[in-house]
Design a protein around this ligand. Structure first.
Ligand SMILES: Cc1cc2nc3c(=O)[nH]c(=O)nc-3n(C[C@H](O)[C@H](O)[C@H](O)COP(=O)(O)OP(=O)(O)OC[C@H]3O[C@@H](n4cnc5c(N)ncnc54)[C@H](O)[C@@H]3O)c2cc1C
Length: 479
């Protein structure tokens, strides 16, 4: 019997795994997808919210504010790309000014540093904002993170510290055992654990309902659609710019990303299916119209991609972070600011697990991840030195993002390494640039085939069945 099983390896399950890895426990993570962080944790705005928005005293407020504080140390230890660039929430009319004043008050109650800027002060720091801005709420502790790297880094460090991860294992059954503990059935096997943590995101209601029929949850997916712009001018927008929030969510934002792209979105519409990631011209037109009210000169010729993500909205609208049955921990309805809150939620999981398990610290826990080589952030001299030591860092695989073969190899051979094209793309970015993989994808297929020892036809884009090639093609070999 394992001490603890975590169901789901998004940001929440991965953060919990890493926090629990500090203790002398036998931990297993079961993830139904072929990689970690594949679902909501990779399709969001990637903002480390400051915490001025949630209702003071609510679980969301507490987790958000603590999570934001914990991010600095977590990202430093795990070499996760994160920058506290600050956010500006913009009011352009009297009604919005009123809301902004309420948010300022909420921010103070939540213990979040906030400052009101007038028209001139706002345009002085963000000259491309609408000249109609009347007032802006500056929250300097807001940040941006690389969301793809987040779950990978958390899980890699958890695994370095002894956690086991089983991918492609969807939980289909769960029952309490007489005498304590749980039996967990997947498409591949049956496991037992003294504690089960339900971090199944959009499906966390279904996992709960398998074992806890007295308290049924219901998750409704609420879709958010986005535009992604190429990196064109690093000073076009320097902060995350928000419209004032509404009952539907935090509103539309315009923000730089950690890689110097810009993101516009998200919309907020309930959808029926938990796998509906379609985007629509109509919704995206509304996203653009609202984004242009904030930043009128958004250059749409820089758009390189659209995508959507699904918020796991529980019908109560709250974060449900509780030990619902002895040894059964629910992390349900973790919508925004879930990404921000993940390190704080992980601490709650440790507290709840300690009700059942003896928590003794591992003397040799290593909180640090081996740093990642980021060629495109190095000086020419640093690059030259690296290439001299290992010429694979001189073989550029992705021209748009300037990613070398050395970086691709590293992400395949780490713990929790990439095994698919999307896995490589999300870890080190080949395919994220303007050509969206047109140049680098055949090269990535070849490298994955060689490094994993599988035929090129067996290399997949992502989940099982998503092959790219039907026969091996005679194409140009890597240099
Ligand atoms: C449009 C949008 C914008 C957002 N913006 C922000 C933001 O800017 N800042 C912020 O803080 N938060 C934001 N969020 C919220 C944030 O993305 C989520 O709170 C967070 O990613 C939730 O992580 P998770 O691990 O709970 O869910 P997920 O990432 O969905 O992970 C759950 C995992 O469980 C797995 N799973 C499901 N069922 C099973 C099963 N039966 N067996 C095994 N595994 C299973 C899934 O495959 C998945 O990998 C946003 C969300 C959306 C949708």
């Amino acid at each position: 019997m394992h001490d603890l099983i975590i169901i789901g390896a998004g940001a929440i399950g991965s953060a919990a795994a890493r926090e629990l890895a500090r203790y002398q426990l036998d931990i297993l993570v079961l993830e139904k997808e072929s990689d970690v962080g594949q679902v909501t944790s990779s399709a969001n705005s990637a903002i480390i919210h400051s915490g001025y928005d949630p209702i003071p005293g609510s679980e969301k407020a507490v987790m958000n504010v603590l999570g934001n504080k914990l991010y600095d140390q977590m990202c430093e230890e795990l070499d996760i790309d994160m920058r506290k660039i600050g956010s500006l929430t913009i009011a352009t009319n009297d009604e919005e000014v009123e809301i902004l004043r309420e948010l300022e008050e909420r921010g103070r109650k939540n213990g979040v540093p906030v400052e009101m800027l007038d028209h001139d002060q706002t345009l002085a720091i963000e000259p491309n904002l609408t000249p109609e801005v009347k007032l802006a709420l500056l929250a300097p502790t807001a940040g941006i993170v690389n969301p793809f790297e987040l779950s990978v880094a958390l899980m890699e460090n958890a695994m370095e510290n002894g956690v086991q991860l089983r991918l492609n294992e969807g939980v289909t059954g769960l029952r309490a055992l007489d005498g304590g503990g749980y039996e967990v059935t997947t498409n591949r096997g049956v496991y037992q654990a003294r504690v089960v943590v339900n971090a199944a995101g959009l499906h966390s209601d279904e996992i709960n309902n398998l074992v806890n029929p007295d308290t049924k949850f219901e998750i409704r997916p609420r879709k958010g659609e986005y535009f992604v712009l190429d990196h064109f001018d690093p000073n076009f927008i320097r902060h995350t710019i928000f419209t004032v929030p509404s009952s539907k969510g935090k509103g539309i934002l315009v923000s730089p990303t950690t890689h110097g792209n810009y993101i516009l979105g998200p919309s907020a519409e309930f959808v029926e299916r938990k796998d509906d990631y379609s985007t629509s011209a109509e919704t995206l037109a509304q996203v653009l119209a609202t984004a242009r009210k904030l930043v009128p000169t958004i250059p749409m010729n820089q758009v390189i991609r659209e995508f959507s993500g699904l918020r796991a909205v529980e019908k109560s609208g709250h974060f449900i972070i509780e030990e619902s049955l002895p040894g059964f921990v629910n992390l349900v309805g973790i919508q925004s600011p879930g990404l921000t809150s993940c390190p704080a939620i992980a601490l709650e999981v440790v507290k709840m697990a300690s009700n059942t398990l003896k928590m003794e610290k591992k003397p040799d826990f290593n909180p640090r991840r081996r740093p990642v080589v980021r060629l495109n952030r190095m000086t020419p001299e640093e690059r030259e030195e690296l290439v001299r030591k290992d010429p694979k860092f001189g073989n550029i695989i992705c021209r748009c993002e300037k990613i070398s073969e050395g970086e691709v190899l590293d992400c395949i051979h780490r713990k929790c390494g990439a095994t698919t094209i999307r896995g490589v793309k999300r870890r080190v970015r080949p395919g994220m640039g303007k050509c969206q993989g047109g140049f680098c994808q055949p090269r990535i297929i070849r490298i994955l085939s060689r490094e994993l020892g599988i035929p090129e036809e067996d290399v997949r884009m992502n989940e099982s069945g998503s092959w790219i090639l039907s026969t091996e093609r005679p194409c140009e070999r890597d240099q």
